[in-house]
Design a protein around this ligand. Structure first.
Ligand SMILES: NC(=O)c1ccc[n+]([C@@H]2O[C@H](COP(=O)([O-])OP(=O)(O)OC[C@H]3O[C@@H](n4cnc5c(N)ncnc54)[C@H](OP(=O)(O)O)[C@@H]3O)[C@@H](O)[C@H]2O)c1
Length: 416
């Protein structure tokens, strides 16, 4: 921590509250931060200090004022540091009942970052795991839930390259923080909303479509004519992966746990679907491929599927593990089975990739895939939305996903 940060931290932690404002003594100067209902928690102080140290001018303009002798109280408005910023929050890991809405500091865009006023966010399995204390955000990421959001550009941090203007509609891939009214995002991780899509549809795109694109193309090197087995075919990732597999000229096969989910997958382009609760997907896949097996497996299940996966993998097949919904333990001759098929087992996690990788991914996706959400025709891509919940009903949204009831995405409307 820098000298300035230490200085500020000491001063701020000795803060005296005056109505809706905080008066801060710093050397001869007094500093005032104000907001309706404002109260400084030590964690908020740290956020404030980090923001200030990163960008003093910005912070000053945003409602943190220095004055020679006395303090000046400034009411927060929509653009101030402590403007109302409600977020989905939990204090202790546990069930959905631990979630509530809390007012948190409005984040400050740093160098090359944009502040997005969030209209809609979406749920991901990662949110459920994080809530349960099983998935910590990567270092430096917000601890607030939310890996994606759509909304409007509300502010530009210093050094932004001019790609975005205040008021532009946009959607963002985030390592966290999307389930709040404001979130900061590096400008390169924002994407334009394809023409014809709503903010709700846009919020359903970044995390699962970028994941599917990455799994199929960057890691799986999918080729036209190949067969791709997509587990959890009616999941949000699954519904995107089916469509991208078709677009690549490959043949998607899926597994899912109900007839209704299989029907949806087939509507989206799956050539065949297998109910893993009623039939052996490995046998069904081998039958479909006339014994050859599948060239690529997109696997978010892991442990419980390992043996069937390797048994239905084609020679030189690629098996990409990107989730562990079916457990993490493997007991049996995985290596020999994989080895005799010259199979590749690749693992992937998008959230903890570095900024450079994500920029590259967003750029490639923007150029190659995004236009297909607007184009009329048989290959038009469609974000699949299951339900919309208002932010206040976040507990119900988590319960719904946890019960495996969704087909496609669950999106979350933020108060405007
Ligand atoms: N690595 C990455 O970068 C990355 C990125 C995004 C998502 N993910 C992972 O991808 C997975 C899917 O995410 P999502 O948002 O698309 O999820 P989702 O829409 O909530 O769908 C998940 C579905 O998986 C099926 N499922 C759950 N437990 C299962 C089990 N034990 N065995 C078989 N099927 C099971 C259920 O459908 P059925 O009714 O068909 O059983 C469930 O509805 C998650 O594990 C998530 O963490 C990873």
């Amino acid at each position: 921590m820098s000298h300035l940060q230490n200085l500020l931290l000491d001063s701020l932690l000795g803060t005296k509250h005056v109505d809706s404002a905080a008066l801060i003594k710093l050397h001869e100067r007094s500093v005032c931060v104000a907001s309706p209902g404002f109260s400084l928690m030590p964690s908020d102080v740290r956020t404030l200090v980090n923001g200030f140290a990163k960008n003093p001018l910005q912070t000053r303009r945003e409602g943190l004022y220095f004055k020679e002798k006395d303090y000046k109280c400034v009411r927060a408005d929509d653009y101030s540091l402590y403007a109302k910023n409600n977020a989905v929050y939990f204090d202790n890991p546990g069930g959905p009942e631990n979630l509530y809405i809390k007012e948190v500091p409005k984040p400050i865009p740093g160098e090359g970052e944009v502040l997005l006023k969030v209209a809609v966010s979406a749920l991901n399995r990662a949110d459920l795991l994080q809530r349960q204390g099983q998935y910590h955000p990567p270092p430096g990421a917000s601890s607030i839930l939310g890996l994606e959001a759509s909304g409007y550009v509300s502010e530009l941090g210093p050094g932004c390259q001019g790609h975005w203007k205040i008021g532009d509609p946009a959607m963002a891939l985030l390592p966290g923080g999307g389930q709040a009214q404001y979130v900061t995002v590096p400008e390169e991780l924002l994407m334009s909303i394809p023409e014809g899509l709503t903010l709700h549809q846009a919020a359903a795109i970044p995390e699962v479509w970028l994941t599917s694109f990455q799994l199929l193309h960057l890691l799986g090197n999918v080729q036209a004519g190949e067969t791709v087995l997509i587990h959890a075919g009616a999941s949000a990732v699954g519904t995107a992966a089916i469509q991208l597999t078709r677009m690549a000229g490959a043949i998607p096969l899926v597994t899912a746990g109900s007839q209704n989910k299989l029907q949806m997958a087939e509507k989206l382009g799956a050539a065949a679907g297998f109910n893993y609760k009623e039939q052996d997907f490995c046998e069904a896949t081998l039958k479909f491929t006339k014994g050859a097996g599948v060239n690529l497996i997109l696997d978010c299940i892991g442990g419980s599927y390992w043996e069937k996966n390797v048994n239905c993998l084609a020679l030189d097949g690629r098996w990409i593990l990107y989730g562990l919904l079916g457990g993490e333990d493997v007991s049996g001759p995985l290596f020999s089975k994989l080895f005799y098929k010259r199979g590749s087992l690749i693992t992937s996690r998008l959230r903890n990739r570095d900024k450079k990788y994500k920029q590259m991914l967003v750029k490639a996706f923007t150029e190659q895939i995004l236009p297909h959400f607007s184009k009329e025709g048989p290959q038009r891509l469609l974000p699949v939305l299951d339900r919309v919940y208002p932010m206040a009903e976040i507990q119900a949204a988590h319960e719904y996903m946890q019960a495996n009831r969704n087909v496609g995405k669950i999106v979350l409307e933020l108060p405007q």
